[in-house]
Design a protein around this ligand. Sequence first.
Ligand code: DQA
Length: 138
Amino acid sequence: MKKLIIINGPNLNLLGKREPEIYGANSFEDFFKVLKEKYDKIQLEYYQSNIEGELIDKLHEVGFNYEGIILNAAAYTHTSVGIGDAVKGIETPVIEVHISNVHSREEFRHISYIAPNAKGVITGFGLQSYELAIQSFL
Ligand code: DQA
């Protein structure tokens, strides 16, 4: 069975409550339930942390034995050399995803420390960004 994991970074635990005009009204937990039912032929996991080092630890843990990582590092995308290096150092391909279109927002969001070592980037399709990433791994 194919093993994929969605890793969400800081503040994404507030999805549904946080700036709903940008990030939508659904919680990630509700969306993830739907994804699990729809993609029941794969082992799909979900991890969220607000802590940079915990995200790095999780990338190390899954990065040599999963088939794919779907990473929304949220604000750390634009700041974290450490997460960028972790993505570079592991073997599992990483797809960078964003709910909003980071390129239509503030300039600091146009920078990504993950993209140079990602398999690809999906940005701006709402929660569907995650589903497009899953499909690209299948
Ligand atoms: C985000 C975009 C980031 O710039 C922002 O810091 C987030 C969420 C997105 O999914 O659109 O927290 O990664």
